[in-house]
Design a protein around this ligand. Sequence first.
Ligand code: SAH
Ligand code: SF4
Length: 466
Amino acid sequence: MIRELSSEETALFKEYIEKTAAVVAALGDRPAAYLHSYGCQQNVSDGEKLKGMLYEMGYDFTDSPSDADLIVLNTCAVRENAEDKVFGNIGAMKKLKESNKNLVIAVGGCMVQQEHIAEKLKSSYPYVDIIFGTHTLHELPRMLYDKLSGGKGCVNIPSVDGIVTESVPVLRDSKLKAYVPIMYGCNNFCTYCVVPYVRGRERSRRPEAVTREVKSLIAQGYKEILLLGQNVNSYGKEHGVNFAALLRALDAIAGEYKICFMTSHPKDCTKELIDVIADSRHIEHHIHLPVQSGSDRILKAMNRGYTAESYLELVKYARERMPDVSLTTDIIAGFPGELREDFDKTLQLVKTVRFDMAYTFIYSKRAGTAAAKLPDPVSSAEKSAWLRELLEIQGEIGLENNRGFIGKTFEVLCEGHDRHKPEYLTGRSRQNIIVRFSGGEELIGKFVSVKITGAMPWAVEGQTDV
Ligand code: SAH
Ligand code: SF4
């Protein structure tokens, strides 16, 4: 069942924020919290809610765990290496706990939602005070209050997953780009993927709530709105408003801004949706459309619900409607039972589509998923070799695509100084292409016209067109 917090629950949530704030104030003037979110944007967005609550409870933030009185790790479970990283970091925190008796450590998120991980945390890392799952974000104030007022700490991992709450405060990392979750969970059960098990069934926020939030963000000066969901294309089933209709309503909001979204599932990506993007004023001409494999046999084993041919048809339609559309994708190499001839089909598809960017992963076995039971005879060395081949091919395609932009003019949202070359500014075009260019501070936060003069494999560079 999907439900929003009742008014009593919302009142209780607020009461705990106030009660915790009183206890936190007694610890000193805004004690420091260290919060780290691993993994996808959905997790980063949850992290912004955790930050919002912590700020209201009187914490300030530090980038250094050793300066913190509270550490919150918001974990990811999508691949094994993400989990290894978290365990490594928690292990290193034992020393901090020994030197600061007041330190509270909380570990939450997708990884913890898995029973065997919660058990391992309890038995091997007893100095972790609070363990919380993905459906209990709004209970952080209560959990923290109990611990800070002398409690033993808690493990709070309910399996209920129907709650959508609009009441949680958000402290956003950027003043320019805002994450807006439009739905939670996933119903697709791709056979390799742990997400439906740790995030629960798909549930969408009400369209009025999304529209209200986006309007308010635009009024506050946000220039980029990133709509988030595991499969945004199936948004809104319970509200009778599909994703295309939601996008159309958001596009009608007055102002200077762009709307991006992820992730689109090819099986639910409709021509109607592509038409809405093509005809819009504010929606980025970019579709992140994870293909995962180019082999129909493997796509079937993955339970993806489309074929290479139907995927290519979608790509063709998107390019007919938007010749400038940028297409990016996710690819898994080495799914159980995948043969070299299957992987060759993936390479062929990559060469046919010519993606602007591909996020590539070696298959990682996830406990409890259907694929975890399948025989997986190909060695990891061989899978790594496949991945390298893919990266090389995609690298060349990316560079060639970017060279094709030389001479064109992009409208770029200037995000700030380039991380690697701070004398340059950086931003993304309406097609989500990364653009590096020279110009003054006053351009930051503005849409700027940039003429492209050079290309790199991952970005282009240019000059402001003044
Ligand atoms: N909901 C999105 C993506 C979720 S996870 C979608 O369906 O596209 C992001 C990416 O991680 C996936 O697209 C997939 O390529 C990769 N991924 C997920 N589970 C994985 C696993 N077990 N091993 C390797 N890669 C995985
Ligand atoms: Fe995982 Fe598939 Fe759902 Fe994406 S659509 S989150 S890959 S189960």
